[in-house]
Design a protein around this ligand. Structure first.
Ligand SMILES: [Zn+2]
Length: 394
């Protein structure tokens, strides 16, 4: 049983109950749309008059809308409700070591407008352009901005503690963007943000799991840990840095932290490309990227397939360690590698089968279905999830 945290708990004042009921109704509309007031009342066991009053206020706030009439069960046909689809509500900013993407989305997470550019190692340049893009995309209906960053982040203070690719330290990201755009800004580590996106927008096998681990394979390897339906953050929000756990020596590339023995150095996109160039003997001037490698592997090129499968074996070692430690319901693998799932799934499973849990029911290993821009979905989710999540504690 969860011990009540008296620093966070609120007694059940009438306001708290109203907030809880409001979030219940909003989430029924989100997950079961189109749905009628009567169905919400029946399924939630809330009184019909309570549901109607909450629906009125959610409509006034512009969060839900009426979408026509459903089937009559004898009397007047019921009016159906859905999330409001008109208009942008969130801006997401996904900073990755190579590119930065800024986009607007509606309440359901559909991307509406987008711009992107090559990330500049100079933070003033990169954040200057981010702010220009936001001012260009911003309109009156945008409520807040979510930012995902490839490094250690403190969401409570809005500070990037350390971004290893560019050696950014103690950068007040939320303050920099908020002061110029006038909008509230939420920031998080990229893998935590993608885990949040899986929790709220992933396929039901993932979003219905209370405990799962998201492994984001990109330039680096990051993990987001969801325990009991929320992202586990640890002290200063910096939990989940399993990319730097040591799984061997003499990795094909250096980790973003500089070491050659981190999980990331064995399992990142760069590690796979380094294996491929070594196997095939081609000189890579940097123009051949992980996307090309995946294309070649899917096209049947033997060296590309071997490089990808060897990388998946290393990825499996780390995932196996996480399963032994956390016993999650599922492990979700996100990033470009998910596109080659048919090639890597077997290697991941083989490694995991060899662990101490042999013979025990294991976590499901699933490819992310967030699409081609998981970190952008993560950044948007920082804003969107806050609309649907319970803001009350118990
Ligand atoms: Zn490292």
């Amino acid at each position: 049983m969860r011990r009540i945290d008296l620093r966070k708990a609120q007694a059940a004042r009438p306001n708290t109950i109203r907030d809880i009921n409001r979030q219940i109704v909003l989430n029924y509309v989100r997950e079961r749309e189109p749905i009628s007031r009567a169905e919400i009342a029946r399924e939630s066991a809330l009184q019909r008059s309570t549901v109607s009053a909450i629906v009125d206020s959610l409509q006034t706030e512009g969060l839900i809308e009426e979408v026509g009439e459903g089937e009559s069960t004898g009397g007047r046909p019921p009016t159906l409700l859905r999330l409001r689809t008109v208009g942008a509500i969130a801006i997401g900013v996904a900073v990755t070591p190579s590119r930065t993407t800024i986009a607007t989305s509606d309440l359901a997470g559909r991307v509406l407008r987008q711009c992107d550019f090559a990330t500049n190692p100079d933070p003033e340049q990169t954040f200057g352009r981010i702010i220009d893009c936001i001012l260009n995309l911003k309109n009156g209906s945008i409520e807040s901005i979510g930012v995902s960053l490839p490094g250690l982040v403190d969401p409570a203070t809005g500070t990037a503690i350390y971004v290893p690719y560019f050696k950014w330290r103690d950068l007040p990201v939320a303050e920099m963007i908020s002061s110029r755009t006038g909008l509230p800004v939420m920031i998080d580590n990229d893998a935590n943000a993608v885990a949040l996106a899986e929790l709220w927008f992933g396929r039901p096998e993932v979003s219905d799991a209370r405990d799962f681990i998201l492994v984001l394979v990109a330039e680096g390897v990051g993990t987001g840990i969801v325990l009991d339906g929320q992202v586990y953050r640890g002290k200063r929000g910096a939990a989940g840095e399993f990319g730097h756990m040591i799984i061997g020596t003499h990795a094909p590339v250096a980790c973003s932290c500089g070491n050659h023995d981190c999980w990331e150095a064995f399992s990142s996109e760069g590690a796979a490309v380094a294996r491929y160039t070594k196997l095939s003997g081609i000189a890579n001037d940097g123009s051949l990227g992980f996307r090309d490698l995946v294309d070649r592997a899917l096209g049947g090129e033997p060296h590309a397939r071997t490089a990808l499968i060897d990388t998946a074996l290393c990825l499996g070692v780390g995932i196996s360690n996480l399963i032994v430690g956390f016993s999650p319901e599922a492990v979700v693998v996100g990033g470009e590698i998910a596109r080659a799932w048919c090639l890597v799934e077997g290697a991941l499973r083989d490694t995991i089968e060899h662990s101490v849990r042999r013979g025990l029911p294991s976590a499901r290993i699933l490819a992310s279905t967030l699409g081609e821009q998981p970190t952008l979905m993560g950044a948007l989710s920082l804003v969107l999830a806050s609309k649907f999540a319970a803001s009350f504690a118990a």
